[in-house]
Design a protein around this ligand. Structure first.
Ligand code: FAD
Length: 552
């Protein structure tokens, strides 16, 4: 809105929308530079999807790798981004890829200077490690964090919905086979000792996304950043062609807040905006694992003053087990579908993809398959899959009962019975399984190459040979669980430049307005190059936005 005579109620140097990693990174960068910062969160809980996440940040050529003597370089990182992301419109331009890679050092240095304790996920491969510039061990996470340090703020963190223990993203690949492999068992024991250690020290430690957001919030609060919940950014106020502030409403009171250095939008994606999801993507968003508060309103306010958007048809897709209760959350699958003794078929009983591939690729393949073979996809597992591996969707016996009653999870003594119960042609399924079992014996998936990549094998079982991702379906009872194209959030949004400034359709800059994270169209284009490909760029572009605002 153009308003040359706004009556301001408050004034700050920088106003930030949202409380996820993009927003908190911007807030601490600005406060570190001496700016006064107000953070506005639309919901009554802070942290967004970031707080609920695995907390991995893909940060190529980072200082931790350099300290550990793990080879990486700007050139290799950029080669890899070109090989994976390639051409994907203005959000993924060469300049933005370079800005991301070059911005990693500044974000890590600033966060570490203020006490954030990063750790490397040393064994986690890039998702296409065999492509030029691909590596293993580029992702970082934050060490388990004692939430006593942020006092009552923990009570309103969305991280409370996650794993309430000091578990790290680097633990998961081993915990997923904790009771069936020696290395899994050792890691399981280490996690138990870690939990006991924190209890003995009277700490309440959390890991993953809860730890990332809590440690960034801790820094923000120590630097004097003010955080206001239940205060959505509802409008951008423009003065003399420049974004000069925002309108927000808190507890029924509307306020106009001047932002002399600009406004950073870190309001996430439009994960749960059913109308937009239908319009742009043909899904309703009910299978999204993203935060409930991500409704796209911060994208909408910027569109209202002429901002361009891109990649709105895409998301951080992944196969998910649908929620069975209204308002419940879908279970996003990572390791389960990659482990041996399992395969995924379409409604016709045919495999259509490498089940161990990255979640975004599987999501794209599921959406494409639905165009020719509409209907439900199923993951079919043999008894050994259930006995040996951790299945996130089946941890709670009450959830299993509800899924069984809803027909989302179906069990049968033979594959033929199972086919009848899930409405798949039994002869076709038998043929698919027979062919698949042959691949398991030879160790070569001649149809989709499952297990060829180091990424596939990361979530595999090293005791299963010759291919750790391929185990035959032979032993009943067999289980079928529904798989739908869910997501970790959307990845389309405002088009921004290398400094995270929001652009118009004609490429010109909207002065005073920045965006980062899922509020902006992703530098990763239509792919997911490595673990943490949403949080890494969210942190870096949040940092670059605030640095630009502080210095211009
Ligand atoms: C279960 C799960 C696991 C995941 N694991 C990983 C992982 O390990 N690595 C990775 O890279 N990604 C992961 N993701 C994805 C990642 O969490 C998100 O892509 C990322 O958190 C987006 O960060 P953000 O800062 O853009 O938005 P968010 O963290 O979602 O924060 C946006 C915030 O803005 C608020 N908001 C919305 N509109 C407004 C408004 N108008 N005014 C003010 N505030 C507003 C929202 O309520 C929300 O709190 C995971 C996601 C999920 C759900």
């Amino acid at each position: 809105m153009n308003d040359t005579n706004a009556n301001w109620d408050e004034e700050r140097d920088l106003v930030v929308a949202g409380t996820g990693v993009a927003a908190l990174s911007a807030a601490i960068t600005a406060a570190d530079a001496g700016l006064s910062v107000l953070v506005l969160e639309s919901t009554d809980r802070w942290g967004g999807s970031s707080a609920m996440s695995g907390g991995g940040l893909w940060l190529p050529n980072n200082a931790l790798m350099q300290r550990d003597g793990v080879g990486d370089s700007r050139e290799e990182a950029l080669d890899y981004l070109e090989a994976t992301v390639g051409e994907a419109g203005p959000a993924a331009s060469r300049e933005r890829k370079e800005a991301f890679v070059d911005g990693v050092a500044g974000f890590v240095d600033l966060a570490e200077r203020h006490g954030v304790r990063f750790a490397r996920a040393t064994d986690y491969p890039d998702y296409y490690p065999e492509l030029p510039g691909g590596k293993i061990g580029r992702a970082v996470e934050v060490e388990p964090f004692d939430v006593h340090r942020i006092g009552e703020w923990w009570q309103t963190s969305r991280g409370q919905d996650g794993v309430p223990a000091p578990v790290k993203t680097d633990d998961f690949w081993l915990l997923s086979r904790a009771w069936s492999t020696p290395s899994g068992l050792v890691r399981g024991a280490q996690v138990v000792f870690r939990v006991l250690g924190t209890l003995a020290r009277r700490q309440q430690c959390v890991g993953m996304g809860a730890a990332v957001t809590a440690s960034l919030l801790d820094v923000a609060l120590r630097l004097g950043v003010q955080v206001r919940l239940s205060s959505p950014v509802e409008e951008l106020i423009v003065e003399d062609g420049r974004v000069a502030g925002v309108r927000t409403t808190t507890g029924g009171l509307t306020r106009r807040i001047r932002a002399t250095r600009g406004v950073v939008l870190g309001g996430g994606g439009f994960d749960h905006n059913a109308e937009w999801r239908e319009r742009y993507q043909g899904v309703d968003g009910t299978a999204s694992s993203g935060s409930r508060g991500n409704l796209g309103t911060a994208i909408e306010v910027a569109q209202g003053i002429g901002a361009a958007v891109d990649l709105m048809d895409d998301a951080w897709w992944g196969g998910s087990v649908p929620a069975v209760s209204p308002g419940g959350s879908a279970a996003f699958m990572v390791s389960e579908r990659s482990m041996p003794f399992s395969l995924i078929v379409d409604a016709g009983g045919e495999r259509f993809a490498n089940e161990s591939e990255s979640y975004v690729d599987l999501g794209h393949h599921m959406l494409a398959r639905a165009e020719t073979v509409p209907g439900t996809c199923w993951m079919i597992t043999d008894a050994r899959h259930a006995r040996r591996y951790l299945r996130s969707y089946a941890l709670d016996p009450r959830a299993v009962k509800a899924m069984t009653e809803a027909g989302v999870l179906v069990k049968a003594p033979t594959l033929a019975d199972l086919a009848v119960r899930i409405g798949v042609d039994a002869r076709r399924l038998a043929r698919t399984v027979e062919r698949f079992n042959g691949f398991c014996r030879s160790g070569v998936d001649a149809d989709f190459g499952r297990g060829n990549s180091a990424y596939d094998r990361y979530y595999g079982d090293p005791l299963v040979r010759p291919n750790p991702n391929l185990g035959p379906l032979e032993k009943g009872p067999f289980t079928a669980v529904q798989v739908v194209p869910g997501d970790l959030g959307t990845k389309g949004g405002l088009v921004t430049d290398a400094c995270a400034r929001v652009l118009r359709d004609d490429g010109t800059v909207i002065d005073g307005l920045y965006a980062a994270g899922n509020n902006s169209a992703s530098v990763m284009g239509r792919t997911y190059p490595g673990p943490g490909s949403t949080l890494g760029p969210a942190a870096v572009f949040g940092h670059l936005a605030a640095r630009h605002a502080a210095t211009h």
